[in-house]
Ligand binder design. Structure first.
Ligand code: 9D3
Length: 234
């Protein structure tokens, strides 16, 4: 799968894409990430990417021309296996189902918003989707882009050692949506806090039941929105 990231800060991504799962996926050719500096598609002396909002208001917006030029030159023909996503605070929430949908694509182009936002014609007439990673205010779409690459890349065939290990986790779906159960490693007692006795024995049926119950308890306590017992919306 190929990601294209259009950004005014291509250097921002040096760190996040050079470690662990992402690094290995790139090395083995299962994942390609191409960074594109939005200023490459500006033609004035100051390489201007932003301008003031019509009607007044605080701050600056990313102007449409460089973004349209960038996307149209990176993806000259838009085919079904390609998707263009605008990252913005106003977008639809990115979740695990979105990650699974994106992992089926050949090509995903991410446009990183900045400043106070992006000219609305990008969302209306260029992007296929407008996506946010959560209801909090960030300074731009670069961290969200890195989040999306990470979440999608680990779903690609062959990226994780075990082809199935990405399926069996929190948020992967399944008949019941539960958080992972609490897990423990050595020592069996740390500062007086003991690992639950059942995990130290070898009764695998009992362990399975304990884990299921512990998952339910933790989900109810930390994420009642997932169980339907709260009116809270995820
Ligand atoms: C006037 C209100 N705004 C500033 C406080 C709106 C606003 C503009 C630009 C809020 C955030 C941003 C920059 N954020 C993103 O581009 C962004 C984002 C986010 O802020 N939160 C969650 N996901 C995303 S994806 C892109």
């Amino acid at each position: 799968m190929t990601f294209h990231i259009v950004t005014i800060f291509p250097e921002f991504f040096a760190g996040p894409f050079e470690h662990g799962v992402i690094r290995r996926a790139r090395q083995t050719g299962r994942l390609e990430i191409q960074l594109h500096d939005l200023r490459n598609w500006t033609y004035d002396r100051h390489r201007t990417v932003d301008d003031r909002p019509f009607g007044g208001g605080e701050g600056m917006l990313l102007k449409p021309e460089p973004i349209f030029q960038a996307v149209e030159s990176i993806l000259p023909e838009r085919v079904p296996g390609q998707k263009v996503v605008l990252l913005s605070a106003q977008g639809q929430r990115f979740d695990q189902a979105t990650a699974r949908r994106y992992a089926e694509l050949e090509t995903l182009l991410l446009i990183c918003g900045r400043y106070e936002g992006v000219d609305e014609r990008v969302a209306a007439h260029l992007a296929d989707e407008e996506v946010s990673v959560g209801d909090f205010v960030l300074s731009g779409g670069e961290l969200p882009a890195a989040v999306i690459v990470d979440a999608v890349a680990r779903l690609l065939p062959g990226v994780l050692g075990n082809e199935d290990s990405s399926r069996n986790e929190s948020f992967s779906g399944g008949e019941e949506l539960l958080l992972d159960c609490p897990q423990y490693t050595r020592p069996a007692e740390f500062r007086g806090w003991k690992v639950p006795e059942v995990l130290l024995g070898g009764n695998h049926e009992e362990i399975r039941r304990w884990r299921r119950a512990a998952s339910r308890e933790k989900t109810e306590r930390l994420r009642p929105d997932l169980t339907g017992s709260s009116s809270a919306k995820s």
